[in-house]
Design a protein around this ligand. Sequence first.
Ligand code: AMP
Ligand code: GLY
Length: 418
Amino acid sequence: MVVGQGAREHALAWALARSPHVEQVTVAPGNAGTLTEPQVRNLALATDQVDAIAKHAEAEHLDLVVVGPEGPLVAGLVDRLDEAGVASIGPPSHLAVLEGSKIYCKRFCETHAIPTAPARIHARLEEALEDIASRQGPMVIKASGLCAGKGVVVAETRAEAEAAARTLFTLSAAREGILVESCLRGWETSYIVLANGTRYLAWPSAQDHKRLRSGNLGPNTGGMGAFSPSPGMTPALETRIRQTIIEPTLNALAEARTPYRGFLYAGIMVDASGVPHLLEFNCRLGDPETQALLFRLESDPYEMLDAAARGQLDSCKPRWKPEPALTVVLASPGYPGPCETGAPISGLDAPHEMGVKIFHAATRPGPAKPITDGGRVLSVTATGANLEAARQRAYARIRQIAFTGMQYREDIGLVSSP
Ligand code: AMP
Ligand code: GLY
């Protein structure tokens, strides 16, 4: 079973359904894309119905549950599945706070000397405003709780920072407080590992594009496109990320008798001298990174996930294709704010070349064609002999697709690192 309804979950269901070990994948709740995928069925349970999902998995004797988004992890889905004896991928709720509370994560980094931007934590707006007034130049304001990628503002000036603090304090995600953080400069990469205790498998690097508009302009989003591998990733940098960020985290959790299980995603900023700093932890796969990453997976995804769930990662040697993959998100008008939805999507069935696939996100079946149903609608994913070839293929496919107000970045795979 795959829990979730985005393009990440469509990609997971698509990849798992092709495994010879898998008869059927149930997606809860899925979307119009998972609905038409062979050997995949949708189950009408929302991701926050954690008790109902766990009961279903137990009653149906499902072999494995992969939890896509952070919401059900923070809400305790894995705790319920553990109680029911159902194998799963994802941490229990007391570890999902690494993502669910930026305040907790920042304190964890400080305690375990994990490199990250220095930050001050504020429970009250007045305190935050005083702190902002005492700082110079760019700074980053973050709501502590879950915000679907929308709770972070990189403010260039004090006035912007103040406005951001005022806005963020109105969100329920700021219930615990906000962080005022020093702004790091450099280039970003996503580094994802699949862990069980202190054992882990590193996935290939990927690069997200967080800003809404081409040229890295506009507000932060959940991610407008991604590609893998990240051109700036070197073996030396990878070793440094593992030794200074991933391993201290997994070791500290294991020593505290709370061993981690599931995907651990480190959002990383590499500074001008090549030092990686942790921006955030996510306790799940990235979206849209997963769509590109799974396109590169050559070996059986079920074998890898099953080995992780059962604590047998040592026996697992996944193989990844050397060819890069890239994915471009097509979003509704208004995203990342309130969106217009309900528009029919044309061009999904157009004839096209191999090596490209459309993963659905916020879509639902309509009378004739699928209909837009939220912010990020589709994730057009392609591979090629090199990044430019993958890019050309993805954008050629995008030109066949249309819905009212469709917005996307033209420069996925072009904005580059070091
Ligand atoms: P986060 O959700 O914490 O990863 O933040 C979302 C995005 O905001 C990151 O991908 C960065 O682009 C940016 N960001 C977050 N923290 C910082 C920081 N301390 N310095 C510079 N940019 C940041
Ligand atoms: N693409 C960023 C995330 O999944 O959090």
